[in-house]
Design a protein around this ligand. Structure first.
Ligand code: HXC
Length: 517
């Protein structure tokens, strides 16, 4: 064999070695846990044959605790770029078969390299996480590596989409990079996120808790709100990334991809004319309204299991990607509270950062009262949503379906928060508060002095009802641009979005705002 051919053979062998990661035994162990390897996951994520791997021959430099004998080609992460539906993305996938995917200094360098390239090229970064945290043998160098990644996460925030998929245990440092990204997708049964694991919890506070109960996918998707998605398994989690990508642009200077629309834009939905019950206190299902107005009834919901009193997610209208926010009358009467405000605010800011117009469907009786809410800072949390809507410069189309009272009326993208087109259905009730409460505040003295206090309140309630429980008071002042027939909602919203395509609004120059955190 010529020396050139020998060298080529050496390359082929080295590549084969790198592709084995931590070795066949470790791969088998990974499979036995129902998990895929880093390279298998990348193959599921990217268009077939599009992956270009980088830094396959990087090795760690640690010599503590006999680490010089545990060297693997490529170390514990596979990095590179490829395409999703033909669009460029950068990717890193932690390889649990190499020392539990624990983060070394050199691994951090590999991850930072693709993050820097993604920023230069204006393309999303997708991280497939499966890591035991900082590589303990490396000490401070591993911590420094994390900090390098976090700093890049922060600089990339709002510039390129950053998506984190959690596909294994993520402890310690490995939770904070995902937390700094736009979206976290976990997989049921295999992924966990916690700052400190069950053993430490037991030692420090004496609490017995399983990994699942402490930081499983369902916990973070429904209780903490840390994860936007709890996928059924690893493969499903990766499918969700591809789906999500179809609704979002490559970066903050571009628009989301347009899709050909074969659903008539003037499709009338007679059912919407009858969806609101006669009784104000009866709920209906907001999902039916969303399904009726978006293209082909397709709604890609985000944060489905968290704060269900507000619904957020992506859809298309006339082929254009939109972010939908809607109060859900079926859950807590659609009231705003700490969690739903947080959820809504985060979604509004994501859409605004990435040029995705907002369509808001309002049916909100107010903010949830009580000590629990106040102690959890409903003032600050509600202000987050208020701030997010007021700050957003993307096209904002609002439709008030039924209730829109008080502070929650303002928060849900009202005219004065720079709502571009504000529509209402004929049965909308846009008022400062509910009729009963209003009558009790205004006529408490008269009621007390009367022989029949209840009758006084009832009478005043009816008066208030007549005066304010309609959309015309708001329309009279131009706070509502038009009162529309419910069955025409799809057409009217699409028309508004078409009109708003050239919208240009900029906020005053500043270092950054101070959103109430
Ligand atoms: C070095 C690690 C490691 C780590 C796992 N390994 N975590 N090596 N540093 N952080 C190694 C194991 O020694 C083992 O090596 C291999 O990876 C597989 O690990 P197992 O324990 O056999 O796997 P499993 O039973 O599935 O348990 C996975 C695990 C557990 C839950 C992640 O390994 C674990 O609890 N690891 C430590 C987690 C942790 O405390 N991390 C915090 C680090 S400090 P061999 O050679 O036997 O195959 C930190 C601070 C950063 O992250 C803060 C920044 C803000």
């Amino acid at each position: 064999m010529s020396s050139q051919l020998e060298k080529i053979q050496e390359l082929i062998d080295k590549r084969a070695q790198a592709r084995l990661g931590g070795g066949e035994k470790a791969i088998q162990k990974q499979h036995d846990k129902g998990k895929y390897t880093a390279r298998e996951r990348i193959a599921q994520l990217l268009d077939e044959g599009s992956f270009e791997e980088l830094d396959m021959f990087v090795e760690h430099r640690c010599t503590n605790f006999g680490m010089e004998k545990k060297v693997f080609e490529g170390d514990g992460v596979v990095t590179g770029y490829g395409t999703i539906d033909g669009r460029l993305v950068y990717v890193f996938a932690q390889d649990f078969t190499v020392l539990g995917g624990s983060l070394s200094e050199t691994m951090a360098k590999k991850i930072c390299k693709v993050m820097d390239m993604a920023m230069k090229m204006g393309a999303p970064v997708i991280g497939l996480n499966d890591s035991g945290g900082a590589r303990i043998q490396e000490g401070i160098n591993a911590l420094g590596g994390y900090a390098e990644i976090f700093q890049r996460n922060i600089m990339a925030s709002g510039v390129i989409p950053q998506i984190s998929v959690i596909l294994g245990p993520c402890a310690g440092g490995s939770v904070y990079s995902p937390a700094l990204t736009d979206v976290i997708i976990m997989a049921k049964g295999i992924s966990y996120m916690f700052l400190t694991g069950p053993k430490v919890v037991k030692t420090v506070i004496g609490e017995d808790v399983t990994q699942e109960a402490l930081g499983g996918a369902e916990v973070h998707a429904s209780k903490s709100g840390v994860a936007q998605f709890a996928a059924e398994d690893g493969e499903h989690a990766i499918k969700l990334v591809r789906q999500l990508m179809s609704y979002i642009p490559q970066n903050n200077m571009e628009e989301a991809p347009m899709v050909e629309c074969n659903d008539p834009i003037d499709r009338q939905e007679d059912m919407l004319n009858e969806i609101i019950p006669d009784n104000d206190n009866k709920p209906y299902d907001m999902y039916e309204v969303i399904g009726a107005i978006v293209d082909n009834g397709e709604f890609f919901e985000v944060h489905r299991d968290f704060a269900k009193n507000i619904i957020v997610g992506f859809a298309r209208m006339n082929g254009q990607s939109v972010g939908i926010l809607a109060n859900q009358p079926k859950v807590l009467a659609g009231v705003l509270d700490c969690n739903s405000s947080r959820k809504g605010a985060r979604f509004v800011r994501f859409c605004d950062a990435f040029n995705i117009p907002l369509v808001t469907l309002v049916d909100v009786p107010g903010f949830l009262p009580g000590t629990q809410q106040e102690y959890n800072a409903v003032i600050l949390n509600g202000a987050k949503l208020l701030y997010a809507y007021g700050e957003a410069t993307v096209p904002k189309v609002t439709v008030t379906l039924r209730k829109s009272y008080g502070g929650s009326h303002i928060v849900m993208s009202c005219k004065q928060l720079r709502g571009d087109m504000n529509y209402a259905w004929p049965g909308a009730e846009i008022a400062v508060m509910g009729a009963e409460g209003a009558a009790e505040v205004l006529y408490a003295k008269e009621a007390k002095a009367s022989a029949d206090p209840k009758a006084v309140i009832k009478e005043k309630e009816a008066e208030y009802h007549k005066l304010f429980y309609n959309p015309y008071q708001a329309a009279k002042y131009g706070y509502i641009d038009d009162v529309i027939e419910p069955r025409n909602t799809r057409f009217r919203v699409i028309r508004a979005l078409q009109q708003l395509q050239t919208k240009k609004v900029t906020n005053p120059a500043k270092k950054h705002g101070n959103i109430p955190l």
